[in-house]
Design a protein around this ligand. Structure first.
Ligand SMILES: [Zn+2]
Length: 408
């Protein structure tokens, strides 16, 4: 029943989206449009160029990363592999890498068995896997999609999501539950599809710079991008700091501007591959974008939880959503707010937006409710130690969502 209604809604929404004009196209926050703000962090304090220390120690950097005052000091943490806690890297306080995630996926499967399955949704331009975890019963009536690290420098969201999965499976294993309902039973009637690191190339660039790029052709492309951005932004900072702030994929494309909804009309203000914002050479050109479309075809997804950083805010309202989809998204956002204490984003003032290439708008056109949770406060990448506070606020979110979807 629920599914039939959703399919009808999706068909209606697609038709409505095709009919509406895009003259009012405008969005109010950075995830979904050209305006800077929200999870950009840097744009708030700086109008020209990345807010990083300038080259040769000239001291003109104005951002929050200025504790390293000279170009000779690398922004990259060389002690990144940490020590796993009881076999899991995600539970440590560490720079959480692609390799750490791979190890944790293996650890989850060896500890918890068939209740967690893994697959690969696609392979990136620098030859990394875009993993999917399927937690719970794949055939379940209730299907939740959980996504992290669409943006490279927001990699703390991957660590958070892996902690949530580990925590949930531990709860099921030890007989725990939510409000008297056992987690093991809830996972029989629920499936969580997880894309913990949508953009592993971008994550690795933000954590290591050019040193861990796999393909030489990508190194050449990246060097062309930094040259272009130096001219465009009058940027004089050094190369390491440029890559430290990497938000896009390794092709210099912002995945959250690469979806087909409103892509053609979107002016990304870049017109060239860059560390942020560029919408790409064509709609859905990127493996990371295609992976998030593909995962929607695997099951009838009821709701999507997108983790980004930063801001301490939950977005739920966006152009193109029907009243019904928006009402459900607001219910989810209120639940997240209750757990995290994050503020709710404002209602969209532009319901007829044709979109800005963003995933949430793509989901809206398909009639799928979604929330975007912006964790943390500060400039991305957030300090590794921030995982402790972010975990404190978000540790019950996933289990509470599962309880809620089973009891609504
Ligand atoms: Zn983001």
């Amino acid at each position: 029943m629920k599914r039939n209604i959703k399919k009808i809604m999706a068909a209606f929404t697609l038709a409505a989206t095709m009919m509406i004009s895009f003259e009012n196209q405008m969005v109010s926050f950075a995830e979904f449009g050209p305006a800077k703000g929200a999870d950009t962090g840097y744009a708030i304090t700086q109008t020209v160029g990345p807010s990083v220390p300038a080259a040769a120690g000239s001291g003109t950097g104005t951002g929050t990363n200025t504790t390293a005052s000279a170009a000779s000091i690398s922004p990259f943490n060389t002690n990144v592999y940490g020590t796993p806690v009881n076999g899991f890297y995600c539970d440590a306080v560490t720079t959480y890498t692609y390799e750490n995630m791979q190890a944790d996926i293996s650890a989850l499967q060896s500890h918890f068995g068939d209740i967690v399955k893994s697959g690969v949704l696609g392979v990136t331009a620098d030859n990394r896997n875009i993993y999917e975890l399927i937690v719970g019963n794949p055939q379940a009536e209730n299907q939740i999609l959980l996504i992290g690290s669409m943006h490279g420098r927001e990699y703390i969201t991957t660590q958070l999501i892996m902690r949530q999965i580990h925590g949930l499976l531990s709860m099921a294993e030890t007989g725990g539950g939510v409000n008297g309902q056992g987690a093991a039973a809830l996972l029989q009637s629920t499936c969580i599809r997880v894309v913990p690191m949508n953009n592993p190339d971008g994550v690795t660039l933000s954590q290591f710079g050019i040193a861990k790029v796999n393909k030489q052709e990508n190194v050449a492309n990246l060097l062309a991008m930094i040259e272009h951005d130096k001219q465009r932004e009058n940027y004089t900072g050094d190369t390491d700091w440029y890559f430290r702030r990497w938000k896009n994929n390794i092709n210099g494309v912002d995945i959250n501007r690469n979806f087909s909804i409103g892509w053609a009309q979107l002016d990304d203000s870049r017109y060239f591959p860059s560390y942020e914002y560029f919408k790409g050479p064509s709609a859905e050109s990127e493996a990371e974008t295609q992976a998030l479309i593909k995962v929607l075809t695997e099951a009838d997804i009821d709701e999507v939880i997108n983790y980004h950083a930063q801001g301490g805010v939950v977005y739920w309202s966006y152009g193109g959503a029907t009243d019904e989809v928006e009402a459900r998204s607001l219910e989810l956002a209120k639940l997240v707010k209750q757990d995290t204490g994050y503020i709710l984003g404002a209602a969209s003032t532009n319901k007829n937006s044709v979109g800005s290439g963003a995933y949430k708008e793509y989901l809206a056109a398909k009639g799928i409710p979604a929330v975007t949770i912006e964790v943390g406060v500060g400039s991305c990448p957030l300090p590794e130690s921030d995982i402790t506070g972010i975990w404190g606020k978000n540790q019950n979110v996933l289990s509470d969502l599962i309880y809620e979807i089973n009891n609504r």
